[in-house]
Design a binder for this molecule. Structure first.
Ligand code: DGL
Length: 266
């Protein structure tokens, strides 16, 4: 048994979708989440900048005595997972990409679309990882950089979001005819409803959720599950945007939590 919290982080509020899944599957676990809302979005920044931010945040979470870190961001996972694991070799650090790739491959998907940030698409991490498992899988990737800022601004369920999604996706879907779509950004589960409505024949894979399945396995295997902890969940943000607070209130209503502003040193 290990009642220390699990550390999560993302560029903003997208990674809260992973925490939501954790609460659904492992309700006894406690969370420290850090959303870098002052510097979101990450997906259009350089790899060097993303690495610098990620190291800073992981150092912060480690100082809070977490038992595991979940990088609830595809962009950070794509660019920093190896570096972070090297920096903290004794701490389980999970990224969202590996578990998603394994699930898609296990399900026998043949033609797979991936939507993600520019940095994730440029890294081609999904294409490379899927093809490493089965070179005959066809992978089509598309960057949708305007979606994260719209989600951060609270435009999730609006006509503007629908137009934006169609602007990116209509041709992509028509030209590539894939059956399965990886939501390769943890902000995108928040627009799953629109995606299902616009493209009802496409099956969605949620990177925010897949990582929690693997986290559960690791915690079980290492006897690290929490039980009966009286800690409070903590949601920290580097800038306390109204929408971060509203989304946290919405997703975690009924649970015991605190929201706090955290200044990250540069
Ligand atoms: N949620 C992050 C991801 O999964 C978004 C990155 C961004 O800030 O652009 O990639």
């Amino acid at each position: 048994m290990d009642n220390r919290p699990i550390g999560f982080f993302d560029s903003g509020l997208g990674g809260l979708t992973s925490v939501y899944e954790l609460h659904r599957i492992l309700p006894e676990e406690k969370v420290i989440y850090l959303g870098d809302t002052a510097r979101t979005p990450y997906g259009s920044k350089s790899p060097e900048t993303i690495r610098r931010f990620a190291v800073q945040i992981v150092d912060y979470l480690v100082s809070k005595n977490v038992k595991m870190i979940i990088i609830a961001c595809n962009t950070v996972t794509a660019l920093t997972l190896d570096i972070l694991r090297e920096r903290y070799p004794d701490l389980p650090i999970l990224g969202v990409i590996g578990p998603t790739v394994r699930k898609v491959a296990d399900d026998g998907c043949r033609k797979v679309g991936v939507i993600a940030t520019k940095a994730t698409v440029n890294s081609d991490v999904y294409g490379k990882s899927l093809k490493a498992i089965d070179p005959s899988i066809e992978v089509y990737s598309l960057a949708c950089p305007a979606i994260v800022p719209l989600v951060e601004e609270g435009f999730t369920d609006t006509d503007i979001m629908e137009l934006t999604v169609r602007h990116y996706m209509d041709d992509f879907v028509r030209e590539n005819q894939f059956d399965d779509l990886i939501l390769g950004c943890t902000h995108y589960p928040l627009i799953a409803k629109q995606l299902n409505k616009l493209y009802p024949d496409i099956k969605l894979y949620n990177s925010s959720a897949e990582v929690i399945r693997e986290a559960k396995e690791i915690l079980e295997e290492n006897d690290m599950l929490a039980s009966g902890s009286d800690l409070t969940d903590r949601y920290y943000a580097s800038d306390l945007s109204e929408n971060f607070i509203a989304m946290t209130d919405l997703l975690f209503a009924g649970t015991d939590f605190r929201i706090k502003l955290v200044k990250l040193e540069d």
